[in-house]
Design a protein. Structure first.
Length: 248
């Protein structure tokens, strides 16, 4: 996963480095295969709070002209916008729980509108006891859990909803491997890292590059190699202010 909040450029190089993780990124420890993260990709971009680009597909990002074309559209916005206007960008490279679930409709980020607010969500991990009963993967279940419990915009409301979603994941589904997610309403990027196993795999890193804050599952663009702490919700606003709350 990748999330960027910028008041300046979002360079094309960032998307190239991120795509490389589809083939070079870590696989879960103890995984039965080393197929990488080639089962899907997606990009979403909010400009000044409005969702302007959302593209996703099955397959490997490094083989997808559509991925690089979408990345170029986002990078090109820097040329066309006035200084100080905000961009929030989300990117996801998918490793499906099984090859049968490697479909475009299951590629992240997922988008949903609630009460006039457009939300984007991406996730890494699984619900241990979840069995598909409604044509949804577990990431979509977690997204719905969050939205069902977000009472208003803002850090405190999302922190409360995250705590509730975490409780339901444990009590109803028997826990989770990883609960790493990024969520955005166009005004802020909400980032959460949590895991109950494979903590060396379920990582997130965040670094501040002046006009841009980048979060990624693995360091890109020479990011600091200090993983974010577990069970802390971090919110980055479009003004690059940061707020944190301990969830568990």
């Amino acid at each position: 996963m990748m999330g960027v909040v910028s008041r300046g450029p979002v360079y094309y190089d960032l998307f190239e480095e991120f795509a490389d993780l589809a083939t070079q990124g870590m696989c879960p420890i103890g995984a039965p295969d080393e197929r990488g993260h080639k089962d899907g990709w997606g990009l979403a971009c909010f400009q000044d709070g409005a969702l302007t680009i959302h593209m996703r597909d099955a397959g490997c990002a490094t083989d997808a002209a559509k991925y690089y074309g979408t990345a170029w559209k986002i990078a090109k916005m820097n040329i066309e916008r006035a200084p100080g206007r905000s961009l929030i960008v989300m990117g996801h490279l998918r490793r499906a729980g099984s090859k049968g679930l490697a479909a475009q409709k299951f590629a992240h980020p997922f988008i949903e509108e609630r009460d006039g607010i457009t939300w984007a969500f991406q996730h890494n991990g699984s619900l241990k006891g979840y069995t598909d009963k409604a044509g949804l993967i577990d990431s979509q279940v977690i997204f719905n859990l969050l939205l069902d419990h977000i009472e208003e915009r803002g850090h405190d409301a999302v922190a409360k909803a995250t705590a509730t979603a975490r409780e339901v994941a444990i009590e109803k589904y028997g826990g989770f491997t990883g609960l790493n997610f990024m969520l955005s309403d166009g005004r802020s990027l909400y980032v959460y890292r949590d895991f109950q196993e494979n903590g060396q795999y379920y990582t997130l890193y965040m670094d501040h590059f002046g006009e841009m804050i980048v979060t990624a599952s693995e360091p890109i663009l020479a990011m600091k190699a200090d993983p974010m702490p577990r069970a802390i919700l971090t919110t980055v606003t479009s003004n690059l202010d940061i707020q944190r709350t301990e969830i568990a």
